[in-house]
Write a protein that binds this ligand. Structure first.
Ligand code: ATP
Ligand code: MN
Ligand code: MN
Length: 357
């Protein structure tokens, strides 16, 4: 009689023919990873662990629950040291992806939560001694909506709300869609807009008044306002700066289904509230920096990174969201349009929809 190893309330055999394995795989996220590894190894010279990984994946497929902690694998057959290392790496990556998908949670917080043994968002919210800042609390509160993604129709509805609000305050102000939607994406994680005023200097007050009006309309669910730290004498620095110095805000707005053109709120039948939460970013640069801001906020992140690298290495220039500095001539180069900036850099113009690098 062969040995059935006790694992919690059940017994697990090392033989698949002594296990019941349905298509209801609670550990798909891990077994998929093991299967990718196997495929990779089968093409290489080290086919050694292939069978071990296949056996480990097969055991995981038979379990009634998801292995969230490394200790959960204790006592399971076919999960030796090598397999457990792989399992732990996958658990770590999955937690990192989950936690950093929460608005307000970066890699540091994600790592802290993981090392505290937290694995699910439910665990994060129900732990009394986990400190959450205001942004993270909002991120968790609206997590389901925010993680769902925003359609182009929803982004356009957000645009109409912001435009109307802004034009009530200042008829001459303008706004431009930027970020992923400007690059032609059909879905985004947020909607990004640049607000600008014809004369430099009025933009920060405009942005503050827009926020006030959104609050007054009762649709401002969350607002993180970052005031201007912009110094117009400053020269782009050598190190890549993720954040720029213009006044900006990271918002969560309440979007009424009735305002969305296709009315569907992505046709989500389970959503009976008639509204959803959407992430919106607004940035308000001075008018003379509009082109640099537009180029910087259109992305993609990789496109931006290489624009800056190209400017530095191939042209001896420093580029960021505020300006372009020619180090040879020691001058800041003015630009009215993105085309001007490409021309300063001696680059052919690349359309926004061609910047999905
Ligand atoms: P998604 O559809 O996921 O929103 P996206 O390309 O629009 O894709 P975002 O994170 O919204 O991604 O960023 C858009 C662009 O704005 C990126 O190029 C990014 O570098 C830039 N950006 C975002 N936040 C800031 C910030 N605080 N300061 C400066 N630039 C920023
Ligand atoms: Mn975006
Ligand atoms: Mn954004």
């Amino acid at each position: 009689e062969c040995q059935l190893i006790r694992w919690g309330p059940i017994r697990v055999s090392q033989y698949a023919c002594q296990r019941r394995t349905t298509l209801d795989n609670r550990n798909k996220i891990f077994t998929d990873a093991f299967e990718v590894l196997v495929e990779h190894l089968e093409f290489s010279d080290s086919k050694g662990p292939c069978l071990a990984f296949k056996r480990a994946a097969s055991v995981l497929k038979s379990l009634p629950s998801t292995l969230r902690h490394l200790g959960d694998a204790d006592g399971l057959p076919c999960l030796g040291e090598h397999c457990r290392d792989v399992l732990e790496a996958i658990q770590c990556v999955i937690s990192h992806q989950l936690f950093t998908s929460v608005f307000g949670v970066g890699p540091k917080t994600a790592e802290k939560w993981y090392h505290r043994g937290l694995r699910t968002l439910q665990e994060v919210v129900s732990q009394p001694n986990v400190h959450l800042n205001k942004m993270q609390r909002a991120g968790l509160l609206y997590y389901r909506d925010i993680s769902r993604g925003i359609s182009r129709a929803e982004a356009d509805a957000v645009g109409r709300i912001i435009a109307e609000t802004m034009h009530c305050i200042s008829p001459s102000a303008t706004m431009t869609l930027t970020g992923g939607f400007r690059r032609g994406k059909a879905f985004g994680h947020d909607v990004d807009y640049i607000l600008s005023t014809p004369e430099s200097g009025a933009e920060e007050a405009l942005l503050l008044r827009v926020i006030d009006r959104l609050r007054y309309q009762g649709i401002l669910l969350y607002c993180d306002y970052q005031e201007s730290t912009f110094d117009k004498e400053r020269i782009p620095c050598r190190r890549f700066e993720a954040m720029d110095h213009f006044p900006k805000c990271f918002l969560i707005l309440k979007l009424d289904a009735m305002t969305v053109e296709d009315g569907g709120l992505q046709n989500n039948p389970e959503d009976q509230r008639g509204w959803r939460a959407v992430r919106v970013d607004l940035v308000a640069p001075p008018a003379d920096r509009y082109a640099y801001t537009l180029l910087g906020w259109t992305g993609s992140t990789q496109f931006e990174r290489d624009l800056r690298r190209f400017a530095r290495l191939e042209r001896g220039m420093l580029l960021d969201n505020h300006a372009l500095y020619d180090r040879n001539k020691s001058i800041l180069l003015p630009a009215k349009t993105e085309e001007d900036i490409f021309a300063h850099l001696g680059l052919e113009y690349i359309e926004p929809w061609q910047r999905n690098a």
